[in-house]
Ligand binder design. Structure first.
Ligand code: NDP
Length: 356
């Protein structure tokens, strides 16, 4: 018998108030289910929004064990787990395989889970140990940020080596993955970040990562910067812009796109609406899109997702896509409550990750 524990909630609210520690007897495998042991799970901004009831995906309320009388939702959406038992009829997973979650909303802040194989997705090369250069932290955070960067670089504009991409939130976790993947694919990046006293450190950090240019949001709107960027890109104006921030930063960035450019919004960190000059639509025919990785996973097949994960794991094992900055969260009730409350603002210290 395995005693599992999970951070659960049964109503929306401030995470530290609604999250509770739950200990329960893990259901045994049936012929068609598998048992997994979680290795590591991050705390992402979306996890917090979901607990607050402010996310478009609603939690799944479920009975975690036969002894439970109440329906509970498990917090967390991303993580890596290892298969520890499989039912007789299970063919697509075996003991020792490492898996990520097949869908958003599964609940990853728990030590164990038992469920059908459709809940999980095999992590490429986990059986033959080919991903051994890939750290646990990379595996635990692979499905959201690196996959978002990968899709946005691939799906909107057919880019060729040497082409420029412009993005704001250049130092966000997604932004850093964009920098690294772009570099690996021979693309150049102009990265907009918020100004700060030690901007030169950040500039160096991002350049070391592979950023071609780093520009501050304050400079972006200036006349000199227009001339400067023009001197970098020449006739090859960026045709892809990635918007993490919204507000003025997004408007200023859109002006740098070339004719028929694509502007993709995936975040709204400034909480300011997007305001767009009509001239960009009329005279430059720029199109504006949104991207949401959860929706992408929902509408694409497991095979397509596997292929992307394979590419991303390859980049990681070749050292081209590194670990995000991270800090460890202890797996106990108080640490979890405090850390989840900070889940949106705790960026400075890096991604918070629970190691079980
Ligand atoms: P991180 O916590 O790693 O980075 C946050 C970024 O936002 C930093 O660059 C930070 O810059 C910047 N930022 C914070 N506050 C503000 C502000 N008020 N104005 C402007 N910039 C600000 O975040 P992630 O990379 O994990 O996620 C970034 C965004 O992307 C989030 O909104 C997240 O929800 C979203 N996201 C969306 C996905 C999708 O599928 N659509 C998938 C993954 C993430 P600074 O250093 O200056 O504070």
């Amino acid at each position: 018998d395995i005693t599992a524990s999970a951070m659960v909630y049964s109503e929306y609210g401030q995470p530290s108030q609604v999250l509770k520690w739950h200990s329960y007897r893990l259901p045994a495998v049936t012929p068609t289910t598998v048992q997994v042991k979680f290795l590591a799970s991050p705390i992402n901004p979306a996890d917090v929004n979901m607990i607050q009831g402010a996310y478009p995906i609603k939690p799944t309320y479920q009975k975690l064990s036969l002894d439970d009388d109440k329906l509970l939702a498990v917090g967390g959406n991303e993580g890596v787990a290892q298969v520890i038992a499989v039912g007789d009829q299970v063919q697509d997973l075996k003991v020792g395989d490492q898996v990520v979650m097949a869908n958003t909303g599964y609940g990853t802040w728990r030590t164990h889970a038992t469920g059908p194989t459709s809940d999980f997705q095999l992590l490429p090369s986990s059986s033959d140990n080919n991903n051994k250069n890939v750290s646990m932290i990379q595996k635990a955070t692979i499905t959201v940020n690196p996959c978002t960067a990968y899709r946005m670089l691939k799906d909107f504009v057919q880019l060729s080596r040497g082409d420029y991409v412009i993005q704001n939130g250049g130092n966000s976790a997604v932004g850093q993955a964009v920098i690294e993947i772009a570099k690996a694919w021979g693309l150049k990046t102009i990265n907009v970040v918020r100004n700060r006293p030690d901007i030169d450190n950040l500039r160096k950090e991002l350049t070391d990562l592979g950023a071609t240019h780093v520009v501050t949001d304050e400079d972006l709107g200036k006349h000199e910067t227009r001339a400067l960027i023009k001197s970098w890109v020449g006739k090859g104006k960026p045709l892809l812009g990635l918007n993490c921030v919204g507000g003025k930063s997004a408007t200023d960035m859109a002006r740098y796109l070339g004719e028929n450019g694509q502007f993709v919004t995936y975040g709204a960190m400034s909480r300011k609406p997007l305001s767009l000059p009509a001239s960009l639509l009329i005279f430059k025919n720029i199109s504006f899109h949104g991207f949401w990785v959860s929706k992408w996973a929902e509408v694409h097949s497991k095979e397509e997702r596997y292929q992307m994960l394979e590419d991303v794991v390859d980049l990681m094992s070749q050292g081209k896509l590194g670990e995000p900055k991270w800090t460890q969260v202890k797996w106990d009730e108080e640490s979890m409550k405090t850390s989840v409350d900070q889940g949106i603002s705790a960026f400075a210290g890096g991604k918070q990750v629970v190691i079980f």
